[in-house]
Design a protein around this ligand. Structure first.
Ligand code: ASP
Ligand code: MG
Length: 418
């Protein structure tokens, strides 16, 4: 069994779906994980935002646009307008859910998951039906019941042990050898829909690869492979042929957009190689990620945006030490604030964290807990692995740099957004 994952960009239109069909052509035993088409998840986030504001008309207007986009793709694939009943039913469900308009703030994350999950449910339904229509028999798998997550919404971790019998039973029941399932979504123990965090389809594919002992996993992307930097920000970016699991985890955690950070562990546990390949040209080698690989001989630059720098000090100037660390981190965990860099002195603790939903509540709670907190927004975190003197001079100096932390191989810089 192989696992192929297609991201939103690779199935953003009918050509993308036809290309997917071509890519899987000769494969006999395949699990295909698909994301929502194009920018559908962003659009569904707008549906959620409208629902949150109790504005059903605005929500409906967004849904209409999503429906139109998908109708265009379907019409192109089937050479004329066509109603796919299962797709219609999904839209009807979504509309009914939003129209009921009983959103409550305590359920924000659960509502979010319930709404954004439709992107993947719709995309996989269209693709599965199209493949059948194009002569490639396949089975659609509902990952809400095959993938069991923890009881946490919007950024849930998968319980692989609990998912294993569920997924295997779903395949058994479906029969066949080619399967199509949604990335990004799962089901919590209480039966509600969960999502695995933005860009989480990679992680779904890795979980499936782990459970099915796949021989490999491939992620088909709109780039030739993994680059040493984002070419939109650093124009001299070059491709890396091979990476090991550990470097990849570090890169993903630092904010490299190659792969969702949780993807590697399930693969590493079963020693499954991961190929990052261009969907535009199947013959190109892409990048392979596995246990052993040649050393990377170029510096790697990763920029993580939307960061906030919190500087925390206890009000009585007492040392910020273990016991206070525990209190601070417990609060951050409670408000789901993700910490990307930690820097401490005797009385200060500086944290570079993601800009996230509950950050103001977290800051308020810290202040109530006896800390002075300074909050600097609009920051970014630049990580350079394998930095050179030139790169150091270029990036680690200047008034925009708030914090720099370096080890022999890596420097991490918190700076004002440029
Ligand atoms: N569709 C989801 C997102 O855009 C998941 C994914 O693409 O992996 O974040
Ligand atoms: Mg996506």
């Amino acid at each position: 069994m192989k696992v192929y994952k297609f991201g939103g960009a690779s199935v953003k239109n009918a050509d993308g779906v036809r290309n997917l069909r071509q890519i899987i052509d000769e494969e006999q035993q395949l699990f295909i994980i698909v994301s929502a088409m194009g920018k559908t998840t962003n659009a569904l986030e707008r549906v959620f935002a409208a629902a949150q504001k109790h504005d059903p008309e605005a929500a409906q207007a967004e849904i209409d646009l999503i429906r139109e986009n998908h109708a265009t793709i379907i019409a192109d694939l089937w050479h004329g307008p066509r109603k796919l009943e299962r797709v219609e039913a999904l839209f009807a469900d979504l509309e009914a859910f939003v129209a009921a308009n009983n959103y409550t703030a305590e359920e924000a994350e659960a509502w979010y998951d319930r709404i954004v999950a439709y992107g993947e449910l719709i995309s996989t339904t269209i693709i599965s039906e199209y493949l059948n229509y194009a002569g490639l028999k396949n089975c659609w798998i509902d990952m809400r019941s095959a993938i069991r997550t923890e009881q946490r919404h919007k950024d849930a971790e998968v319980d692989i042990e609990a998912s294993s019998p569920l997924l295997k039973a779903a395949l058994q029941e479906a029969g066949g050898t080619i399967f199509v399932g949604q990335g990004f979504i799962g089901g919590a123990p209480d039966g509600t829909t969960t999502t695995l965090g933005r860009e989480g389809s990679d992680y779904s594919a890795a979980v499936v690869a782990n459970i099915l002992d796949a021989e490999s996993m491939s992620v088909w992307k709109d780039v030739d492979g993994v680059l040493n930097a984002d070419p939109k920000i650093f124009p001299d970016a070059v491709q890396i042929a091979e990476l090991n699991y550990l470097d990849t985890i570090e890169l993903a955690y630092s904010g490299a957009q190659i792969i969702h950070p949780r993807t590697i562990k399930p693969l590493q546990n079963k020693n499954i190689p991961l190929y990052v390949r261009p969907f535009g040209d199947k013959r190109k080698p892409g990048t392979v990620i596995r246990g052993m690989s040649a050393k990377v001989d170029v510096p790697i630059l990763i920029l993580k945006k939307d960061q906030v720098l919190l500087t925390i000090r206890s009000r009585d100037f007492s040392f910020v030490l273990e016991e206070k660390f525990a209190k601070i981190f417990a609060l951050l965990e409670k408000y789901r604030v993700k910490v990307n860099l930690i820097h401490n002195s005797a009385v200060n603790l500086s944290l570079c964290v993601d800009q996230s939903w509950h950050i103001s509540e977290a800051v308020a709670a810290l202040r109530k807990g006896g800390f002075d907190v300074m909050k600097a927004e609009n920051m970014e975190l630049l990580t350079i692995r394998g930095y050179t003197d030139d790169l150091w001079r270029k990036y680690a100096r200047g008034p925009q740099v708030f914090i720099k932390q370096s080890t022999q191989a890596t420097v991490r810089i918190v700076r004002k957004h440029q």
